[in-house]
Ligand binder design. Structure first.
Ligand code: C2E
Ligand code: MG
Ligand code: MG
Ligand code: MG
Length: 281
């Protein structure tokens, strides 16, 4: 433990010391080795259909199991991974792991889709579409069970390139979602041109949706717009029954949030599936 605020303060490595206080270079080096050292994990959070109340899929969320720091959340290392480019191998690994796990579940009789977050660097990589195809072929997962989540910042980079890539992905048969919708700099006209399958409404709007009139108006409008444009709407970060009722009343299609479950390791996710009545196919 670092000495309490006394005179000759000194610090050294400690498991609960703040992640950001670690030297960046040190972190970067560790992050680069995380994959080969088998420290990257994928957790799964249920996606729930509001109409039926059933789990229809899961979002794959990366974690870094650091030997001293414990489980590091993506909010803390994804930005660094993106800056350094390590996100490409890590992201591709997560994609493969998620597809493999989903295929395993299919083989066991669970018909669920898996949604994977894709960083801009991955999406813009010349091999991206090929990587998706290879991953599907090698894992044996039907493309219709895979959804890719891209953010508005990805979508806004190079409109014609993004449109072409999205069209190629759709031809393969995978689904595309716009993640964290409403937080980036998007133009609604792009949304029209991209024609994505699902709009994921950012948690920041859902958080106070039952107490903040503006957020209520925004969420209501986004759900209505999704319906009109024949997209599915998904609300992120649902924690309370009040939020759930609000969303259901407005015709929101899907939800995700702690009210159902936090992201879980695969074995715990499966236990959750076994507890919940599931439509087996
Ligand atoms: P996201 O894609 O918007 O994922 C949803 C985040 O909201 C997850 O945080 C999830 O744990 C959290 N969340 C879900 N429901 C609730 C809730 O009811 N309350 C609260 N407070 N939080 C909730 P997580 O796992 O920490 O991931 C954070 C972000 O990191 C993700 O946001 C995504 O942008 C990024 N990320 C995660 N995994 C990957 C990955 O494999 N690749 C890339 N490129 N980014 C990833
Ligand atoms: Mg996401
Ligand atoms: Mg999201
Ligand atoms: Mg979000």
């Amino acid at each position: 433990r670092a000495k309490e605020k006394g005179g000759d303060t000194f610090e050294f490595y400690h498991p609960d010391m703040n992640f950001r206080s670690l030297e960046r270079l040190h972190l970067e080096t560790h992050l680069r080795k995380a994959l080969s050292r088998d420290q990257i994990r994928v957790h799964y959070q249920p996606l729930v259909d509001l109409e039926s109340g059933n789990i229809f899929g899961m979002e794959a969320l990366v974690r870094w199991e650091h030997p001293e720091l414990g489980l590091v959340s993506p909010g803390e290392f994804i930005p660094l991974a993106e800056e350094t480019g390590v996100i490409v191998p890590i992201g591709n690994w997560v994609l493969r792991e998620a597809c493999m796990q989903n295929k395993r579940w299919h083989d066991m009789g669970y018909d669920l889709c898996v949604s994977v977050n894709i960083s801009m660097q991955q999406f813009q990589h010349p091999e991206f579409v090929a990587t998706i195809q290879e991953t599907l072929a090698e894992t044996g997962l039907d493309p219709a069970w895979l959804a890719l989540e891209i953010t508005e910042s990805v979508a806004m980079k190079n409109v014609s390139f993004v449109m072409e890539t999205i069209e190629e992905l759709k031809r393969i048969g995978v689904f595309i979602s716009i993640d964290d919708f409403g937080t980036g700099y998007s133009s609604l006209s792009y949304l029209k041109r991209f024609r994505v399958h699902t709009l994921k409404i950012d948690r920041s709007f859902i958080r106070d949706v039952t107490t903040d009139e503006d957020n209520a108006a925004i969420v209501t409008a986004l759900i209505a717009m999704s319906q009109q444009m024949k997209m599915r709407s998904l609300a992120e970060g649902v924690e309370t029954t009040e939020q759930l009722i609000f969303l259901k009343e407005r015709g929101c299609n899907e939800v995700q949030g702690y009210i159902y479950s936090k992201p879980l390791p695969a074995d715990e996710f499966q236990k959750l599936l076994d507890k919940t009545p599931m439509p087996l196919g």
